[in-house]
Design a protein around this ligand. Structure first.
Ligand SMILES: *Cc1c(COP(=O)(O)O)cnc(C)c1O
Length: 425
């Protein structure tokens, strides 16, 4: 059969069903909150309601129990959670924070918000997480923290990273937006660093529309995140908080409606993950014979929750560019496949070093010598993946039923059978 890209018949005719994690339980829970009339119960002063309403507090308790952590602080997004976490650890203007360029932009923006300086460090090509040796090489006298993303649903090597953090007295914040429920050495992702930050955004495994949760075993970090979440500057005096560093308050509060949804979503998390893992295993079996296509790596002692299904193509071996492969797969009817991922250091804000105001703050300030480079070439592994070899399926967009996975397999097999025709395309 000839390829759809070359005028043949599409091999996928079925339509894919949008991933839907919300059911009757969430609907009923929301209705109950609506009937009570209290849609949010936070007060931005030192009062019992400083901690939010009963649903928010129950949601946080459930999160603590599930993830086996000491404290959970709900917030209105992972972005807000990262900002609260960095504020809590006492980031100062001009501090350097090491971060991956291969993550969502907010991971690095949270650093800028505190007038600190993101330092982008390259990733490793197996699971696309921070390269631990490169992290150590990038540490300077200004480095104060590392934000590590458990990208695509697979943990970074947190034990090794924490060793380096202890050696240099750094704090580690884990962005686990894409990896809720993934395991690292039997422990949940997010609980192997100083603070873990989850997302409850619509695109993630479980969601509340928008939302997030920070977890930590440290009571001081937890308290400071609660303060930053809810108008710190108006609370510190009555709460008798003496450390005023970064006690700038925001409104990062989750509503009772969202918390009620979150309580139900959390109960379903393991089931959702299992079905995604089953789909990924089926896909991996179906693609295993394709030359020059590297399928997801799952490291020893880790589980993968497949927010994305990451692949690498060996362009030399197959003799066809990634662009044409993706065009051919899309033409067959695959809806959610993408070339490359993210290179945050190449965004205009970093290229021009313009964030607050027009004069280059925070880079251009007496707090920092501004020597940090965001030039193309600073992260060669991530850049090669992005520009040439990485191929990813957004695995949380559709349900990935076994029929849908079989359709993917058909399309890949067909394209690979017809590589010769693509070589002359
Ligand atoms: C989705 C995502 C975020 C942002 O989460 P929000 O809840 O939308 O703020 C941050 N980091 C990563 C890695 C993400 O995937």
């Amino acid at each position: 059969m000839s390829l759809a890209l070359l005028g043949g018949q599409k091999c996928i005719t079925e339509s894919f069903t949008r991933y839907q994690s919300i059911g009757k339980e969430e609907k009923d829970a929301v209705l109950k909150v609506m009937e009570g009339g209290v849609l949010s119960q936070f007060l931005g002063c030192w009062d019992p309601d400083f901690y939010g309403g009963s649903y928010v507090q129950k949601f946080e308790k459930d999160w603590v129990m599930f993830f086996k952590t000491k404290h959970a602080v709900s917030v209105n997004s992972n972005t807000s959670g990262l900002i609260a976490a960095l504020g809590a650890i006492g980031i100062e203007p001009g501090d350097e924070v090491i971060v991956s360029p291969w993550t969502m932009c907010a991971t690095a923006t949270s650093i800028i918000v505190w007038n600190a300086i993101p330092v982008f460090v390259d990733i490793e090509p197996d699971c696309f997480n921070l390269d631990i040796q490169a992290v150590e090489r990038a540490i300077t006298s200004k480095t104060r923290a590392i934000i590590v993303t458990d990208i695509f649903g697979h943990s970074a090597d947190l034990d090794e990273l924490m060793k380096i953090a202890h050696k240099y007295d750094l704090k580690v914040i884990e962005d686990c937006a894409q990896a809720p429920g993934a395991l690292y050495k039997g422990r949940y992702v997010g609980t192997n660093s100083h603070i873990g930050v989850f997302s409850l955004n619509y695109h993630k495994h479980i969601h509340t529309g928008e939302g997030g949760v920070c977890v930590t075993d440290d009571p001081i970090f937890a308290e400071r995140m609660q303060l930053i979440r809810n108008h710190a500057e108006a609370v510190v005096e009555d709460k008798k908080v003496s450390n005023l560093c970064n006690m700038i308050g925001f409104n990062f509060r989750l509503t009772e409606l969202q918390a009620a949804i979150g309580i139900e979503q959390l109960k379903k998390l393991n089931g959702f993950i299992e079905s995604r893992q089953k789909a990924a295993i089926m896909l991996t079996e179906g693609l295993a014979n394709l030359e020059g296509l590297r399928l997801p790596v799952v490291k020893k002692n880790c589980t993968h929750v497949y927010y994305d299904y990451p692949m690498i193509i060996d362009v030399k071996k197959i003799g066809v560019s990634r662009k044409i492969i993706v065009e051919a797969l899309k033409a067959e009817g695959i809806p959610n496949i993408g070339e490359g991922y993210q290179l945050i250091h190449l965004l205009p804000m970093y290229q021009q070093k313009i964030a607050f105001g027009k004069n280059g703050y925070p880079w251009n300030s007496k707090d920092h010598d501004c020597g940090v480079s965001y030039n193309k070439g600073i992260c060669p592994v991530a850049e090669k993946l992005h520009f040439e070899t990485y191929l990813g399926i957004e695995f949380c967009t559709y349900n990935m039923t076994s029929n849908e996975v079989q359709a993917y397999i058909r399309a890949f097999q067909k394209v690979w059978k017809n590589l010769d025709a693509l070589k002359i395309y």
